[in-house]
Design a protein around this ligand. Structure first.
Ligand code: SAM
Length: 154
């Protein structure tokens, strides 16, 4: 339970944000969220503003190769909306997300004033139990997610 140790806010990340004072956040974590945002620049500028010197932005997105496979492959270099069909307990769901080339991901970070600390393509850790073997095999052998850790430049 977080009780009064956390302040919970709900915000649309595509709208202008001004949630916290400048230089007041140690770590921003965005797990599988940024690929739903078309224009990263206003959001990255806001996250950069909020971070303390030496702070970190840690995020995961769908791997660009996955997005490319979902696209009509007309132009790798553009940012584009792609969609994917998911099966949620027998219920068909269409997910829509923005695919962007690697240069757009890291170019936007640089332009917003971040340096890149870690880039990872995570795979399941050995010994993880109770995982669906089919999903585990996909995650172990295919490019599914991209993890990035970045920090504000001075
Ligand atoms: C795939 S879920 C990830 C949820 C969770 N972070 C995780 O890793 O399990 C994508 C999340 O992005 C959020 N999201 C998508 N577009 C958003 C937007 N414009 N503003 C704020 N959140 C958004 C959705 O509400 C959803 O919670």
């Amino acid at each position: 339970m977080l009780r009064d140790r956390a302040r919970i806010e709900v915000a649309d990340l595509e709208q202008p944000l001004d949630l916290v004072p400048a230089g007041s956040v140690d770590v921003v974590v965005a797990s599988l969220v940024l690929h739903y945002i078309e224009d990263w620049m206003p959001l990255l500028a806001e996250l950069r503003r909020c971070l303390v010197p030496g702070g970190l932005l840690v995020f995961s997105v769908h791997h660009p190769i996955t997005g490319w496979e979902l696209s009509d492959k007309t132009d790798y270099h553009r940012v584009e909306l792609v969609s994917e069909q998911w099966d949620w307990d027998g219920q068909p769901v269409t997910g829509r997300m923005y695919r962007r080339p690697l240069s757009a991901i890291f170019g936007a970070l640089r332009q917003a004033g971040f340096w890149i600390d870690v880039v990872d393509e995570p795979r399941p850790q050995a010994g993880v139990r109770d995982a669906d073997p089919r999903i585990t095999k996909i995650l172990a052998t295919m490019p599914v997610f991209l993890y990035v850790r970045a920090g504000p430049t001075r």
